[in-house]
Design a protein around this ligand. Structure first.
Ligand code: ATP
Ligand code: MG
Length: 303
C-alpha cells in the first residue's frame, strides 16, 4: 500500500495521542465499511462508540488491533504504527510475529464471553501471561488473584465458565484481558448478551477501570454508561464519524439528524441500567435484592 500524499502524518512523536487513527478505510469486497475514520484517544480517556448495526464499529475495533488489515489510512497505538512498517511513505505489512507482539498490548472484551471452557477462572487469567510472556506460575497466580479481587470474584478461582453467570464470566474476561497489562482496552458491546440484572456489575467493573486511568474504547448501547463514564462519545453511521463530543451534549442535544434518529430509537428501548453503580459491591447488592423480590413485585414495578 503506498500513499505518498500522507507522508506528513508518518512520524510518531511524543505528543501523539495513545490512539491516533487517520483516514482509516476498510472494504469487504465491494462493500466499503470504513470510509475514512479519524480518531484520537488520549491516555486515560474513555471513548464510547455508538452507531446503528452495520455502521462499522466492530470493524474499526478489529482494525485497531489488526484482526483486520486496512486498505487506507494509518493507526498508531502508543506511537507504533499498527500492522505496517513505513518506508518513505510506502507501507509494508509486518510479519505475524510482529503483529502478535503489537496485539499483546491491547486487551479486547467481546459481546460473548469467550473464555476457555475447560479452564478454571484462575487458569483462564493465568494462561496468556504464562504462555505468551513467560511469567512464572507463582507470579501469574499472584497477579490473577489481585485481578480477581478487582472484579469481585475472589470466591470463584476454581469455577469453570459453565458454573458462572454471564456477568461473572464477563468479569473474568475483563480480568483475563487486564492480566496482560494492556495499554488500551477495547470493549465490543460487553453487556449486550447479558440478562438485564447482570449488566450493572459489568459496567461497575468498567467504571472502576476508567477511574484507575485505563484507556478504553467502548462500543455500547448503554447510554447511562456513555453519559456518566465517557470522556467523549463518537457516533458512527455508514462508515464515517457523523458527530462526536462531550457525552452530555451529544446524547442530550445531538446536532446531526442521523444522531437524533439513532438516539431516539435507542432511548425508546428499555435500558438495562439507569445509573452505573459506583462500585461493584453496590451492583452486586442491587442484583441480589432484585433476585429476592417476588415475581409480582417486578410486574408492579413495570407498570
Ligand atoms: N468478515 C467480514 N466479511 C464481509 N463483510 C463483513 C465482515 N465483517 C463485517 N462485515 C460487514 O461490514 C459491515 C459493518 O460491520 P460491523 O460488524 O463492523 O458493524 P457494527 O457497527 O459493529 O454492527 P453491530 O452493531 O451489528 O455489531 C456490515 O455490513 C458487515 O456485514
Ligand atoms: Mg458490532
Amino acid at each position: 500500500m503506498s500513499d505518498p500524499a500522507e507522508k506528513s502524518h508518518e512520524v510518531a512523536n511524543p505528543e501523539m495521542p495513545l490512539v491516533h487513527a487517520v483516514n482509516v478505510m476498510k472494504s469487504f469486497h465491494d462493500n466499503q465499511v470504513l470510509k475514512g475514520i479519524d480518531m484520537d484517544v488520549h491516555k486515560g480517556q474513555v471513548i464510547c462508540l455508538l452507531g446503528p448495526s452495520g455502521s462499522g464499529k466492530t470493524t474499526f475495533l478489529r482494525c485497531i488491533n489488526q484482526l483486520e488489515t486496512i486498505d487506507g489510512g494509518r493507526i498508531w497505538v502508543d506511537g507504533e504504527l499498527m500492522g505496517y512498517k513505513d518506508r518513505d511513505g510506502t507501507l509494508y505489512r509486518l510479519d505475524n510475529k510482529a503483529i502478535a507482539a503489537q496485539r499483546r498490548e491491547i486487551g479486547m472484551v467481546f459481546q460473548r464471553f469467550n473464555l476457555f471452557p475447560h479452564k478454571t477462572t484462575l487458569e483462564n487469567i493465568m494462561e496468556a501471561p504464562m504462555q505468551v510472556k513467560g511469567e512464572k506460575k507463582a507470579q501469574a497466580r499472584e497477579r490473577a488473584n489481585a485481578l480477581l479481587a478487582r472484579v469481585g470474584l475472589l470466591d470463584k478461582p476454581y469455577a469453570y465458565p459453565s458454573q458462572l453467570s454471564g456477568g461473572q464470566q464477563q468479569r473474568v474476561a475483563i480480568a483475563r484481558a487486564m492480566a496482560m497489562s494492556p495499554k488500551l482496552m477495547l470493549f465490543d458491546e460487553p453487556t449486550s448478551a447479558l440478562d438485564p440484572e447482570l449488566v450493572g456489575e459489568v459496567l461497575a467493573v468498567m467504571r472502576e477501570l476508567a477511574k484507575e486511568g485505563t484507556t478504553m474504547i467502548v462500543v455500547t448501547h448503554e447510554m447511562s454508561f456513555a453519559r456518566e463514564v465517557a470522556d467523549r462519545v463518537v457516533f458512527m453511521d455508514g462508515g464515517v464519524v457523523v458527530e462526536q463530543g462531550d457525552p452530555k451534549s451529544v446524547i442530550d442535544n445531538p446536532q446531526h439528524p442521523r444522531t437524533k434518529s439513532f438516539l431516539h430509537r435507542i432511548e425508546a428501548k428499555p435500558q438495562a441500567v439507569e445509573h452505573v453503580p459506583e462500585s461493584l459491591e453496590e451492583a452486586i447488592l442491587a442484583e441480589q435484592r432484585l433476585q429476592e423480590l417476588p415475581e409480582e413485585h417486578y410486574l408492579q414495578g413495570d407498570e
